[in-house]
Design a binder for this molecule. Sequence first.
Ligand code: IVH
Length: 668
Amino acid sequence: MDNVKETIESLRKEIDEHNYNYYVCNNPTISDREFDEKLALLQKLENENPQYFSAESPTQRVGSDISAGFTQVEHRYPMLSLGNTYSIAEVEAFYNRVAQGLNESFEIVAELKYDGTSISLTYEDGKLLRAVTRGDGTKGDDVTANVKTIRSIPLQLRGENYPSSFEIRGEILMPWSVFEKLNYEREQQEEALFANPRNAASGTLKLQNSSIVAKRGLDAYLYYMLGENLPSDNHYQNLATAASWGFKISPDTKICHSLQDMIDYINYWDTERKNLPVATDGIVFKVASLKQQKALGYTAKSPRWAIAYKFQAEQACTRLNYVSFQIGRTGAVTPVANLDPVQLSGTIVKRASLHNADIIESLDLHIGDMVYVEKGGEIIPKITGVDTEARMLLIGDKVKFIKNCPECGTPLIRYEGEAAHYCPNDTGCPPQIKGRIEHYISRKAMNIDGLGEETVDTFYKQGLVKDIADLYTLKVEDISPIERMGEKSAQNIIDGVKASLNVPFERVVYAIGIRFVGETVAKKLAFAFKNIDTLISATKEELIAVDEIGERIAESVISYFSEPRNIELIEKLRDFGVQMQLSEDRISQFSETLKGLSIVISGTFEKHSRDEYKAMIEQHGGKNTSSVSAKTDYILAGDNMGPAKLEKAQKLGVKIINENDFLNMIEK
Ligand code: IVH
């Protein structure tokens, strides 16, 4: 018996080694077939001896089709983004800021900026414990099951000298070759294509079925280690050590000793990156010393010790075949250029946004024109110009903006001061109706499980839902007969709709879809007015008095509630049991105790997370700011408060309080 255990263990070790050689070192030492045979043998032995199960076994990388949804996990350290630059001059400015801020010699680590989807991995005692997406930076999705299928990510670290607990962050990527093959297969199956490898990688990572993820050939480069007991005070050194633990670290990372070194790195990779197996969209420069990083600190959004240099968006020239018009949930009309397919930074582009009527006019666009397309870092490329030289003698028709909605025929209108045209028929125009329902059920709104764009479309076409309130009248027996639905999915939807009755008021305010009222504004409104009736009767002055609410939003809120049918809708939702007021809990959490006070949070805490403290400050009317200045009233300090902050606070005489002091303060 023990013999089997030994065999299993030695097979695991051996297969891990081959995985490492193949996926991390790109240097396989056995054939695929031999590898598959070993894996099959291990799988067989594990099946026969379930008592020797291990979550770190290489057999676990095949995934499973059990879908569990993703739980949200709070990041121990927020996942920040980087400041972007687009020119050497801005890189120089960064270099000078660092030099001035440090006033001592320093090194810069230059890295490629990989264009995938970021991930944070937590290792405990050498084992991969958790993998979480960036999410909103403070909370992300737990995608551990999917990440475990990525062969280049170690489930068990090599060597021994790793800290007992640490995080490592990096980018999950879909290599070009895999991306092209995947899109080819999707085209054959008449499935929607992925716009680029980044979308393909993030889409894959969010699949519910990890056994499909396992087959998608994702890869990962790691570039940032965090934790209390890191091996070195030098970022470059830490990456090298991480490589020795089995992580895939870019071999193209370099130390720069001068601005010239940085510029040379940029110039080299500007062209050379096209030969890489994965997509890159720029270069990241980081101050090497962690001590110096700490001294430089952070702005509200990004570190002062790092910067991203973005490569120029590539441009392509192609023919404009025709222009179509799309109607969004708010009725806004987007003109779309339909093009001869063209390669653009490695992907094929067939459609591009034309923004609005003014832009079409200023381009003097004609059908058949050769147009320049650019990717502005975003998914949908845009038309930036016309090659008028290329115009033939037989020039096509001038592109005219439509006068009527292509979906419902209603004459379009244009609000004063706005570039966009709108279809005003919000009660009768199908994409607007469906769009509002889709917005209502979306994750950040009511988060209704089991319902998606397609289902909404079907329900709408069958006359089952005409507005968001109709969702609450759905019955299993009405929807289960629908093709491809079935009892189980139907029940799922009904349960999801029912569960939405518990969604807190602030998200309801967001979900009802008032123009210009995004997530943050909805929260502000909900906390300021506390229930829907007060919000409905709020005057423009009262609305503007709320922090961050300006004239444009105030007017939009008033106009929304001045529509009798919106009031009717709210009444219906209220009758169904949708939350139309802040819960007692929320109200009691809310006061003006900290009104007018500006508080900086620093360090780590025991009783609550930093985010929770931030939320508490805001709920009690205070302002949470990121850097200490003369305007700071308090610093809420936990353990390991940054030394730079401490020094500054002492110099400015800012009061430092601990978490108990703070909790006492808001208790009153
Ligand atoms: S460092 C606090 N290094 O770019 C610094 N990021 O806007 C954390 N990225 O969210 C990021 N390659 O997804 C870093 N070598 C690299 C990177 C990199 C790609 C992505 C990452 C991040 C975004 C920054």
